[in-house]
Design a protein around this ligand. Structure first.
Ligand code: DGY
Length: 320
């Protein structure tokens, strides 16, 4: 029997994923889930044929340049791949794959949780009950932003954005979106396309950010753009924290220009801007968009399918 291919797995994985990885590969696991620095990642890559990596791993162009020649594939356990210098990898003949589709539903569920949690003051209510400060029902207690029938603007109408739209239609929301190009009618499903972000923002009673982090989208939601939102809009971000200018959003949350924000992702996470924690009108989650066991297993199997296809000599299903 030929030797198994040797894989560095940079993070701890769900048990089913590690079991399959261990069955089919000579796997270097990370049971303590320690976060790799560039140096430790490079050292651990020695003698490996490929890397099963994850969001936040330091795979910059400089690191990729120094990877051992033997590394031929980077399979990231994420749909987002802004942590990988993909062009630098390609220039070295290293294949990069990601995990699209399998996390659409879980992430869209969390977008709706953020939307509802922010609009209806979910975190504040939870805190009140836990602190024993709830003194009883009151007709004007904890009034939130009404959701049903409002306009939802989706910035980034890809697979996750469309899954958010499907859920929001169940709340009778009117769906608007901005993408670089308009979707085909079957994908659009009566959502209203805006050819500029500003035009989208002007109708977004609720704004859901669902675009990847790229040089073009970084700091998309800045002070100028927030000014286009209707007064009292609700902002939801389940994509990447760096799409938001934190100073601008926090200023808008303080003034009430933005009534509330539901955020699952943060610039520099887990070291988020601490001012978010002090605001009552934020609903904050620790980047759990894809955190259901079924989804995390599916993400792992997706990585393994890509590794299997690569080492079998075929094209990878999710090569970038
Ligand atoms: C991704 O897949 O990019 C997510 O952010 C990780 O859950």
């Amino acid at each position: 029997m030929p030797d198994k291919h040797r894989i560095l797995c940079t993070r701890r994985m769900p048990p089913n994923v590690e079991a399959r990885l261990g069955r089919d590969y000579d796997a270097n696991l990370n049971p303590d889930d320690r976060i790799h620095s560039a140096d430790s990642l490079l050292a651990a890559s020695e003698g490996r044929d490929g890397i099963l990596c994850a969001g936040g791993d330091p795979l910059s162009a400089e690191v990729i340049e120094r990877l051992p020649d033997r590394i031929r594939i980077l399979a990231t356990y994420s749909v987002g791949y802004e942590h990988i210098a993909v062009e630098a990898a390609k220039a070295r003949g290293i294949v990069v794959t990601n995990t699209p589709d399998v996390l659409n539903d879980a992430t869209a569920d969390i977008a709706m949780l953020c939307l509802l949690g922010a609009a209806r003051r979910g975190a504040e209510g939870d805190r009140m009950v836990r602190a024993g400060e709830w003194v009883g029902w009151h007709s004007t207690m904890m009034l939130g932003v009404h959701v049903t029938g409002k306009r939802l603007g989706i910035f980034g109408m890809g697979r996750i954005g469309r899954a958010v739209a499907r859920r929001a239609r169940g709340f009778d929301m009117e769906i608007h979106y901005h993408n670089r190009s308009r979707l085909a009618p079957a994908l659009e499903d009566d959502a209203i396309w805006h050819d500029t972000p500003e035009s989208l923002l002007a109708v977004s009673d609720f704004l859901s950010i669902n675009a990847p982090s790229t040089p073009t989208t970084r700091r998309f939601l800045n002070a100028d753009r927030i000014a286009h939102l209707p007064d009292g809009a609700v902002v939801v971000n389940t994509a990447r924290g760096d799409l938001v200018d934190d100073d601008a959003l926090i200023t808008a949350l303080r003034s009430g220009k933005v009534a509330a924000a539901g955020l699952d992702v943060f610039a520099g996470e887990p070291n988020l801007d601490l001012r978010y924690r002090a605001l009552e009108n934020t609903f904050l989650l620790p980047h759990i968009g894809s955190a259901s066991l079924e989804t995390r297993d599916a993400m792992g199997y997706c990585c393994l399918d890509n590794l299997d296809a690569f080492f079998a000599g075929g094209p990878c299903p999710n090569a970038l």
